[in-house]
Design a protein around this ligand. Structure first.
Ligand code: UDP
Ligand code: MG
Length: 335
């Protein structure tokens, strides 16, 4: 039963979903971690971009356990804003992936856009992305990608190597340079939410759920203030997480190395027997033995470590821990 645009009672999720679909065209999900100087800039830019455009929208800020004044700033924005700002505050830093999940869960829009709080991704671009989905019903998502990366050559080379590797070893396709700056239709959002794994690698999840994605080139702006939370070490760990989450290929490495070294040693054994019987040659092999023992020992440890990585992840997934814990939720419907 709906009165004065408020739901008084609903008896099924379907009715509720239909109601909220009619109402809201766009949700923006904005993960924020230590972005005290950026959230207000972002709010102003988004309001400027979307006001009077003839559709309803909401801004969902997810404060990912910031250690600065971000939460106070968000509380202020919530107070002064129209009834379209929601704030989810985590109990600690759970990571951007968890923040995205929380934002998608809270979103009600027919289309949902994931966008950073640091103004590197201009809110006006969302209008262009919406046009693509509005004009072509065969597309369900728009993903922005950087044509020219604004970063060091070494980092770019590593990123390209990562995309080459993961595309080779996993069945799903990863587009090089595609960012988390995406606009998704509700069907894609529901599909992403249905993947409730704890180790979330968004790039993989977006590819895995499928759907027709339009790739739109864009230029990344400079950060308005603050610094990026990514350094080389974190990126490397993230890349490893992605590979482990979306392919079990490394588990087969041990099998292949084992097969190859067994075949080689059988061949070598035959050679040694023939040398001994036919030509009576005795080869002193001290160095060879030491090198081979170290090499094979190293490979064995590497393979056990790899198996351990998968085992550890299985262990953590089996605990079914929540993806995030919210300390507080400021909902515009409570205003
Ligand atoms: N972010 C987050 N949790 C984290 C790290 C980052 O919510 O643990 C947010 C951050 O506030 C920003 C977005 O994710 O809105 C992208 O982060 P960042 O700008 O550091 O990454 P980059 O743009 O350098 O890839
Ligand atoms: Mg950034």
């Amino acid at each position: 039963i709906v009165a004065n645009n408020k739901i008084l009672c609903y008896n099924s999720e379907a009715v509720y979903v239909q109601f909220r679909r009619k109402k809201m065209k766009l949700s923006l999900v904005i993960p924020c971690y230590n972005e005290q100087d950026n959230v207000e800039l972002f709010y102003n830019a988004a309001t400027e971009a979307f006001k009077d455009k003839g559709f309803e929208y909401e801004l969902i800020f997810v404060n990912d356990g910031s250690r600065d004044q971000t939460m106070d700033k968000l509380r202020h924005i919530y107070d002064i804003a129209d009834e379209n700002v929601k704030v989810v505050g985590f109990s600690r830093n759970f990571g951007k992936e968890s923040a995205i999940y929380a934002g998608l869960k809270e979103s009600r829009g027919e289309m949902v856009c994931l966008i950073d709080a640091d103004m590197q991704q201009r809110p006006e671009l969302v209008l262009d992305m919406m046009k693509i989905l509005d004009n072509d019903p065969s597309y369900d998502a728009v993903a922005c990608y950087q044509k020219n990366r604004k970063e060091s050559k070494v980092l770019s080379a590593f990123k390209n190597a990562f995309y080459k590797t993961i595309n080779k070893v996993s069945e799903i396709e990863f587009k090089s340079g595609a960012s988390d700056f995406r606009l998704l239709r509700r069907c894609v959002v529901d599909a992403v939410l249905s993947m409730s794994e704890y180790h979330r690698f968004s790039k993989g999840i977006f590819s895995w759920v499928g759907f027709n994605t339009f790739y739109m080139p864009y230029v990344v702006e400079d950060r308005a203030s603050g610094t990026s939370k990514w350094n080389f070490g974190k990126l490397f760990k993230y890349a490893m997480d992605g590979i482990i989450a979306f392919t079990t290929m490394p588990l087969k490495i041990a099998t292949y190395i084992g097969l190859i070294s067994s075949a080689a040693s059988i061949i070598y054994m035959i050679v040694v027997i023939i040398q001994k019987l036919a030509f009576d040659i005795n080869i002193p092999g001290y160095a060879t033995i030491v090198v081979l023992i170290l090499l094979l020992g190293g490979l064995q440890l590497f393979c056990i470590g790899m198996v351990g990585e998968y085992l550890a992840r299985t262990y953590i997934e089996s605990k079914h821990r929540p993806i995030y814990i919210a300390r507080e939720v400021l909902d515009y419907e409570d205003k």
